[in-house]
Design a protein around this ligand. Structure first.
Ligand code: ADP
Length: 246
């Protein structure tokens, strides 16, 4: 997170040719895994991520069951071939942390009290990672939960903003994440206007913090439109333009 080289050129373009406020291209396919109750495949720039939802179903071990609500369990996992160097397939501290924040980001959107004594399992499998995989994973998981027919208050859309070359930019990629100055992943429920995840890696002053949060929320709204269109396409067969509309 310490800036060593220029990540924005003289034409204002970033390392992957985007402008400061441009998101990477996002594509979402719904219902891609037959065995799951709900599923989604997301391509968020070069991130390729599968999300599968199982449940509501019986809880094992039984003592984990809650009498008044459903238990949400999330697992975020990166495949060994998802990164440049082989990743150890065993769960890392990072994956345990992301699984936890993913559950906390999704839980407020779910009407868990509608399924007492049951469990919903969400599996997020990263096939290719390119920075921002937790945001892409939360976005896909939320679509998969809707596809599973789980009662929801809202969809959760996620997008990061960050600081590179002293400027606030939207949706930072792997290079910007590693060589930039700050990374702020945000998850947001657009109808309820509530943030369900806010993390910050790096240092921002008060003004930059507000600017970065506003930009991440704007990115979430763009992501939400793509989630909505992907679900509409599956259930109503509507022709959708899967490109970002900013
Ligand atoms: P996020 O993917 O949500 O941005 P991080 O900021 O922790 O989460 O990771 C940024 C990027 O670093 C990942 O998207 C991935 O491209 C890369 N990365 C993460 N873990 C590893 C790893 N164990 N080996 C190689 N690259 C990794």
């Amino acid at each position: 997170m310490t800036q060593t080289k220029s990540l924005i050129d003289e034409n204002g373009k970033r390392t992957d040719g985007r402008t400061e406020t441009e998101l990477r291209e996002i594509k979402i396919n719904v219902g891609v895994i037959k065995n799951a109750d709900g599923s989604a495949f997301i391509e968020f720039g070069m991130n390729k991520i599968l999300a599968a939802v199982y449940g509501p179903r019986e809880v094992h071990p039984k003592h984990m069951a809650q009498p008044d609500r459903c238990v949400l369990r999330c697992r975020y996992h990166m495949t060994p071939f998802s990164t440049d160097t082989r990743k150890n397939p065993a769960p890392s501290r990072r994956e345990v942390e992301i699984s936890k924040v993913m559950r906390e980001a999704l839980e407020p959107a779910l009407m868990l009290q509608d399924y007492p004594r049951a469990a919903i399992d969400v599996y997020v499998e990263v096939l290719q990672a390119d920075g921002g995989s937790r945001c892409a994973g939360i976005t896909a998981a939320s679509v998969a939960l809707a596809d599973a027919g789980i009662n929801m208050r809202d969809i959760v859309a996620a997008c990061a903003a960050g600081k590179i070359n002293g400027k606030i930019v939207t949706d930072i990629n792997d290079t910007e994440d590693k060589e930039g100055e700050a990374d702020m992943p945000v998850a947001y429920m657009p109808h309820l206007d509530q943030v369900t995840l806010l993390q910050l890696d790096g240092i921002l002053d008060d003004k930059q913090f507000s600017e970065c949060l506003d930009e991440a929320v704007r990115g979430c709204k763009v992501v939400y439109e793509i989630q909505r269109k992907a679900l509409m396409q599956k259930y109503f067969g509507e022709e959708t333009e899967m490109k970002e509309e900013q």
